[in-house]
Design a binder for this molecule. Sequence first.
Ligand code: THU
Length: 158
Amino acid sequence: MDNTNVKIYSSDDTLPMELAAVVATAREALNDAYAPYSNFLVGAAALLENGLLVKGSNFENASYPLCLCAERVALASVHSQYPSIAVRVMAVTAKNPKQKITEPVAPCGACRQVLLEFEQKQGVPMQVVMFGETGKIIVYESAAHLLPMAFDHSFLSD
Ligand code: THU
């Protein structure tokens, strides 16, 4: 990975103001996680181009394959309420009551695919911010950097 695509901050206190707000909102979203099966709470927050912050958290089900990831809950919420407003930043974090998460949390492959398509659709980069309960915060400048050689709409065009 080309390092110009990534920024690393040592803690919340060192973040620029705009990123600090979206990071704090993702941490708040942990409180809304419904994860009785995995006990792995995930919080996400989207910062929209108009300054609004939209939360998402994971939403599990006894029928395990129906579990929804926090990032996709956040994006679906954004798209249903503000379909034409770009997401400039997506922040994601997690909390495990049994073991403190000290490393940044990485979005799963399915979420990367959905983040990428959302970014392609809006036509402007979406930064992706990853962090744990403590420790460093990693910022990727674009969702595209998280999914090299992606399958996308271009394969389906006429
Ligand atoms: N999870 C997310 O919410 N986002 C991810 O990117 C990775 C996984 C959730 C799904 C499930 O509720 C729990 O974390 C354990 O996999």
